[in-house]
Design a protein around this ligand. Structure first.
Ligand code: EPZ
Length: 436
């Protein structure tokens, strides 16, 4: 029928997750390789004069974008069954395109690597989740300390050096990105570099281990002083990426949120201590040994206070998933985000599901409610997407989560893993209603 009232808006839903909540997660799930470890290790392979084989690489969008950049630069790259084979020898460019670099945060790790190979590089400023200003002043300071010219002109990170010379780098804060870039610069500098106030995240250690496997001399990773004796010949290496700390934590929280009983395998329990302690405080049962973590819950949680810190403190990347769980805890929780200044936007989406939360400066005050209700919500960034999945798994009814592309950036086969544990979750391809 034509005429008033019959035409519909033309819009494209975009891909989304549809989750029917209220089901317990049960069984066993293996965690994938670490996204942030892989994003630091893979660029380093371009510093070698021979091929590398890197295993346990997560098959996620961020990795595909990085590999596309490396192919664009000339590297020979093959990636299959989570194994990357990369031959850096044909690389003949040092300026990856904005269309690729703008799609992730870690693209600027290529700047120190390409400067080490060619003496200069031009990398468009990185993209990444909109969780704060995310400046790179500490990276600029570190590179300049080792003798490079480093500027952000016209939206590009432009770096060059006739010679890099080892020195003492003092980071103003334990920035993960600046620590990675300091290490990737220092291995090409003659003499010794000491990186003070370094980040201690597991993936910093992973990068140090890969560089050492390539022939570099790197000591102290995992502490706040990392020493590098640079200028050594670097060859290709065979390496296996550590398991993803944040995916492990997200699965632990999902298990607890659904009053589930889940064993997460292929994990490193020592990386999870801050979260495990917090879940135990909430009344969740957490046991672990070797490479597995067993999470059980009766679905009743005590409210707790959380303050995000650099490793080994409570990780900022698990702030959003835990905040989702705290919306149904008994009592009032205070979540203080000390790392990023804009990491509470997802709370607006949780409010649509009935969460009772308010933000005062850098803290979210979460008053537990009996239950969440299903709704149409959106992922505002990668870990916010994980938080919405946690909330949807708990809520009665069917929740639609838009912005699946955020989630796919950082979680390998996330919907498949959740379905295998008993969740009712489907990826719904984009739908559009054309005007009639
Ligand atoms: C890395 O981001 C991770 N990303 C983030 O994970 C993670 O949240 C973060 O480290 C903290 O652990 C990757 O590894 C690709 P930072 P990065 O430099 O390197 C300020 C995820 O979800 N700062 O440690 O950008 C900065 O503004 C992502 O997987 C400066 O002021 O983090 C922020 O407030 C999200 N100047 C704080 O430090 C600088 O030069 C931490 O930043 C650098 C950082």
């Amino acid at each position: 029928m034509k005429g008033a009232g019959c035409c519909r808006v033309s819009y494209d839903m975009g891909e989304k997750l549809v989750i029917r909540g209220g089901r317990r997660l049960e069984g066993e799930v293996m965690v994938s390789g670490g996204k942030n470890a892989a994003l630091a290790v893979v660029p380093a392979a371009l510093l070698a004069d021979s091929p590398s084989v890197i295993e346990n690489l997560p098959d996620i969008n961020d990795i595909h974008v990085l590999l596309e950049m490396m192919r664009w630069l000339g590297a020979e790259v093959s990636f299959q069954d989570n194994v990357l084979r990369v031959d850096p020898r044909p690389v003949n460019k040092c300026n990856p395109p904005y269309e690729l670099t703008s799609r992730m945060r870690a693209s600027y790790y290529l700047a120190p690597v390409l400067m080490g190979v060619f003496g200069h590089a031009q990398v468009p400023l990185p993209g990444g989740c909109d969780i704060g200003a995310r400046p790179i002043d500490q990276t600029l300071k570190a590179m300049r300390t080792l003798g490079a010219r480093a500027d952000t002109l016209g939206g590009n990170l432009e770096v060059s050096a006739e010679e890099l010379i080892g020195n003492d780098i003092f980071l103003d804060m334990p920035s993960v990105g600046a620590t990675v870039n300091s290490m990737l610069t220092a291995v090409s500098a003659s003499g010794t570099t000491c990186i003070h106030n370094a980040a201690k995240e597991p993936h910093i250690v992973d990068l140090a281990n890969f560089l050492s496997a390539m022939g570099a001399w790197v000591k102290g990773a995992g502490t706040d002083v990392i020493r590098v004796r640079g200028g050594r010949h670097l060859h290709g290496a065979n390496y296996t990426i550590i398991p993803d700390q944040i995916e492990t934590g997200t699965l632990m929280i999902a298990a607890a949120a659904t009053a589930g009983d889940v064993v997460i395998t292929g994990a490193i329990p020592a990386h999870m201590e801050a979260l495990s302690a917090k879940l135990l405080e909430m009344g969740v049962r957490v046991e672990s040994e070797d490479d597995w973590i067993h999470v059980r819950s009766n679905g009743v949680f005590r409210a707790v206070n959380v303050k995000t810190q650099g490793y080994p403190g409570y990780p900022t990347d698990l702030q959003q998933p835990l905040s989702a769980l705290l919306t149904v805890a008994r009592g009032t929780s205070i979540v203080t985000e000390t790392i990023f200044e804009n990491r509470f936007r997802f709370l607006d989406e949780l409010r649509k599901m009935g969460a009772n939360v308010r933000v005062i400066e850098s803290s979210a005050i979460i008053s537990g409610v009996d239950n969440l209700v299903s709704a149409r919500v959106n992922a505002t960034d990668l870990r916010a997407g994980a938080a919405m999945v946690i909330a949807a798994l708990m809520a009665e009814g069917e929740t639609e989560i838009g912005g699946v592309e955020y989630i796919l950036r950082g979680y390998e086969r996330f919907d498949e893993k959740l379905r295998a544990l008993g969740a009712c979750v489907e990826r719904v391809s984009s739908r559009s209603y054309a005007p009639v």
